[in-house]
Write a protein that binds this ligand. Structure first.
Ligand code: ADP
Ligand code: MG
Length: 248
């Protein structure tokens, strides 16, 4: 872990909403081949931080570095251009479009005449799905799929867009136990293939199943970044809820 390259680093990120300081001077580093868990109680600022990294929201203060170079990530498209993709509780796919269209939305393959190349679209989509072992038709309308399949389509989209950082914001919260296990297995595979993953969750078993580092937020403040599994579950929970600890 030590000395591994950094993919994304945020420094001194602050963000306020009317009446609440959602993030206060938060810094963290996300490395390739590593699952970095981001945890903390409800309202601690996890989604705000992930939205800022994914280009969905601008910080009031702070800097973001990708591959060591300072960047402005001012839209999800800009984030995608840097290889950053977020998968959240609110699915971001277009329900009326097909699976294939969703996977390549914003970068549909074109013919020499500039028209959408539907046969290539279908072929590429089928390949992307097969590579992930996702058994869903490229022709299916996304709005007709279960949450699990929609999430798989989102992941297929992320991977086929050459994502390097996958941000999962409570992605398992609406999944069955079996689908959660499959998603965690997918996370493990992508991690081992060199993907950087920022996994937001407060479910301890999920954190320990895949993460080697965890950052704990409380009321918008970074409480600690700790190595796993060296830091125990009870230590993590105490960091989350804010009881003073001396045995750390
Ligand atoms: P978490 O994901 O850890 O539950 P959030 O980042 O969603 O926390 O929220 C952090 C704080 O910021 C909360 O107090 C929340 O109510 C507030 N907040 C988040 N997004 C907005 C918003 N768009 N407008 C106003 N307040 C917000
Ligand atoms: Mg949240």
């Amino acid at each position: 872990r030590a000395g591994a390259a950094e993919l994304v680093r945020v420094e001194g990120i602050s963000k306020s909403f009317p009446g609440v300081r959602a993030l206060n001077d938060v810094s963290l580093t996300i490395r390739p081949g590593e699952v970095h868990a981001l945890t903390g109680e409800n309202g601690s600022g996890k989604s705000t931080l992930s939205r800022i990294i994914a280009g969905m929201m601008k910080p009031d203060e702070g800097r973001i570095f990708v591959d060591g170079r300072e960047c402005t990530i001012d839209s999800p498209a800009a984030a995608l251009g840097m290889g950053i993709v977020m998968i959240s509780q609110e699915l971001t796919l277009a329900p009326t479009l097909t699976v294939a269209e969703n996977i390549f939305l914003g970068r549909l393959p074109r013919t020499r005449l500039g028209l959408v190349d539907w046969s290539r679209l279908e072929e590429d989509a089928a390949l992307a799905l097969a590579r992930l072992d996702v058994h869903v038709s490229p022709h299916a309308r996304v709005g007709d799929l279960s949450v699990e399949f929609r999430q798989e389509v989102e992941i297929a989209r992320a991977l086929s867009a050459n994502a390097r950082l996958l941000i999962l914001d409570e992605a398992t919260s609406s999944l069955s136990e079996a689908a959660t296990a499959r998603l965690l297995e997918r996370v493990r595979q992508e991690r081992d293939a060199g993907m950087a993953i920022l996994m937001i969750t407060h479910r301890m078993p999920e954190i320990y199943a895949v993460s080697s580092v965890a950052t704990v937020l409380r009321d918008g403040n970074l409480v600690a970044t700790v190595a796993l599994p060296e830091a125990t579950e009870s230590q993590l929970v105490r960091l989350m809820v804010g009881r003073e600890i001396n045995d750390f």
